[in-house]
Design a protein around this ligand. Sequence first.
Ligand code: ZN
Length: 306
Amino acid sequence: MIFDLHCDTIMRIYKDGTELKSNNYHISENKMIKANSLVQFFAMFVNMKEVRNPYVVCNEMMDVFDREVAKSSVIKKGTAPCDIDEDHITGILTIEEGGVLQGEMDKLIHFYNRGVRSIVLTWNYENEIGYPNYMYTHKDKGLKPFGIEVVKKMNELGMIVDVSHLSDAGFWDCIKYSSMPIIASHSNARSVHDHPRNLTDEMILALRDKGGVMGINFYSGFLDGSNLSKVSSIVKHIKYIRNLAGIDVIALGTDYDGITCELEIEDISKIDMLAQALANEGFTKEEIDKIFYKNALRVYNEVVLD
Ligand SMILES: [Zn+2]
């Protein structure tokens, strides 16, 4: 089974007018069935510099998600831990770009009511919440006052704070202000590949101490800086993080349909290649299960309200 913390598939379906059931993307219903998916976070990714009204576009993307899920007998929309069962694939709405809130707490409530259970606070632009780690330009700038309020409100509502893309100082503010575990849904280890989208050792340890997880990102640019996403590079990050902080902080956040590099694990249906590679490296079944779904499920069950 797999619990994938990040994909941008709905953005593609929204832009192309295609379907979730069957498509030529990294993730489709048919591919998720082959992968034995348990939970998929579907990020509503909004590029604020490409759209006129990010709030409107985010809602339109959610309409697409709701429409596609309504057509399916296999995928169901989940908003609470009790929705997750092994007979279905649970699709959960998330947002990648806290700028869609446009600085208004009412919009956070609105998105919660639509079923959103996690938000990546920033993408690569500054917004009302905080600053991105893009090129390290804003590395030392923390959360803005509205950002601190958002973190607290998300704790209260039972939404998972996601620090991928956020500035380093913003990360540390989330550690400070969040009363619940937080996640870095699609970020790797900076000590293995030095990239601002990856986490330092200190961040990984703090994330672990907070009870959170980091989803290993399959993008080659974050794995090793090459153009090919290799299984061996994914394993290298996982081994490093396990040795540093233990197995309980590791999850998967493929970033499928948001990444354009060549991939050895071409799409989610081939995800067993990673389980095989980990087994070959001596990972136990329990460790592989923790990486694949148990750790992410633990955080989801702890933060999201039933
Ligand atoms: Zn991203």
